[in-house]
Design a protein around this ligand. Structure first.
Ligand code: SAM
Length: 188
């Protein structure tokens, strides 16, 4: 079950068995991938606001444990919670990560979500994001369409604006890894 865009899982970021908080878990695929690198009880904290997604992840982890010798379900600690009020304590994780959730937020919520992602990593910790971005501004009437936002089409920001918001909450060096080009045609 992959509801993401791109990937927030890069082996180079995942050395020394990091503790990772991942918000917006979907079916749990990236939690499994993070587990591969950390392999410690409770090292991967998966947070989602929708109980059905947490249940779907739990179900997938059972199958994963039965089919992968290296994987144990207890590597992952699933928590119900919001990106706007993350359950982990201040400065308690090495990496905060999300894939394809923050683009559904409008600016005020996005700023709050980024503040939360700044609050939970330890000093010198990192934020890893994977989101759709756009080349030009998306017209307001499309940005305000909740259905298009919910399917991760109309909430995107241009990369420089997204980076501006990320640095405004306090993050230092920002690295943009890779972008894949897609054209989205909307029939109105
Ligand atoms: C597009 S899916 C991405 C799933 C996953 N990251 C992946 O790569 O497959 C967005 C996820 O964010 C969750 N979500 C939506 N609003 C949220 C919020 N305010 N706080 C936490 N999770 C949220 C949804 O339930 C869903 O599981």
């Amino acid at each position: 079950m992959n509801y993401g865009c791109g990937s927030s899982v890069h082996p180079r970021d995942l050395v020394n068995q990091p503790t990772i908080a991942n918000v917006g878990v979907g079916g749990g695929m990236e939690l499994l991938q993070f587990s591969y690198f950390s392999r410690r009880k409770g090292s991967i904290i998966g947070i989602d606001i929708v109980p059905e997604m947490l249940e779907a992840s739990k179900y997938n982890f059972k199958i994963a444990e039965a089919t992968n010798e290296w994987f144990h379900q207890d590597f992952i600690d699933l928590k119900k919670g919001s990106a706007l009020d993350l359950p982990p304590e201040n400065e308690s994780v090495d990496i905060a990560a999300q894939n394809c959730l923050f683009n559904i937020f409008k600016t005020t919520e996005l700023k709050q979500a980024l503040c939360e992602m700044y609050r939970v990593p330890k000093p010198h910790g990192r934020l890893i994001l994977s989101d759709p971005i756009c080349e030009n501004h998306i017209p307001e009437f499309l940005r305000n369409d909740n259905q298009l936002r919910a399917i991760c089409i109309s909430g995107s920001l241009p990369l420089n604006e997204y980076i501006q918001l990320i640095t405004e909450v306090g993050f230092g060096t920002v690295e943009s890894k890779k972008t894949l080009s897609h054209t989205v045609t909307l029939q109105l």
